[in-house]
Ligand binder design. Sequence first.
Ligand SMILES: C[S@@+](CC[C@H](N)C(=O)[O-])C[C@H]1O[C@@H](n2cnc3c(N)ncnc32)[C@H](O)[C@@H]1O
Length: 219
Amino acid sequence: MQGDKDYVGATPSWVIWQLLTRYTRANDLVVDPMCGSGTTIDVARDLGRRALGYDLAPSRPDIFRADARRLPLEDGVADFVFVDPPYSTHVRYSDDPACIGRLDAGGDDDGRAYFDAMDAVIGEMHRVLRDRRYAAIFVSDSFRKQRGRPGGRFMPIGFELFAMLRTRFKPVDVICVARHNRKLDRGNFRKAAEEGNFFLRGFNYLLIGKKESAARDQS
Ligand SMILES: C[S@@+](CC[C@H](N)C(=O)[O-])C[C@H]1O[C@@H](n2cnc3c(N)ncnc32)[C@H](O)[C@@H]1O
């Protein structure tokens, strides 16, 4: 068991397994600043990596309480950083006012507060990562129903976060993780898509970047 499949918003463990087998080695330190049910630290430890998990609302004792924008870690100590953040306000993770899941990516501020918060998280991922090592973000775009607009309001979270990643990291890859989610075939989703004439989204982005301080300093 890696993480908790009943935790709403848990990351599929095979996504993390795919990353760690490619981008880390035995004994490397893997950090997840928004660890949720702990999937990342479980997969990392099962693969013989060291792991540190943080969350505003820790779900178990081996996850430490911290805001992902201010991690209690020194610069350059992690060999890999993975994050699966809230995608706007779909899930209520906790009542903590600092929860990024309370910030609306399609809100009246055009999502500014959400995207500023995520920019700070990505900055912190870069700070704690060792040079020449990799970081990954698992995220999806979002829609909100709006009367009279087919498909509702679209929030292109994947592209926005990739743009932020690029300002600090060398872009390495963008993977489309197909969800093959049987839920999409059922009742309301398919019916709403047919009635509203919009596409059913069935994928998440896996955004991968490499820290290259030396190259950046030369430019
Ligand atoms: C999508 S879930 C992570 C799922 C996790 N990867 C798993 O497999 O269970 C997002 C997490 O971000 C946490 N979170 C939200 N805002 C945060 C913040 N400012 N600092 C740290 N964690 C935060 C939430 O409490 C939630 O556990």
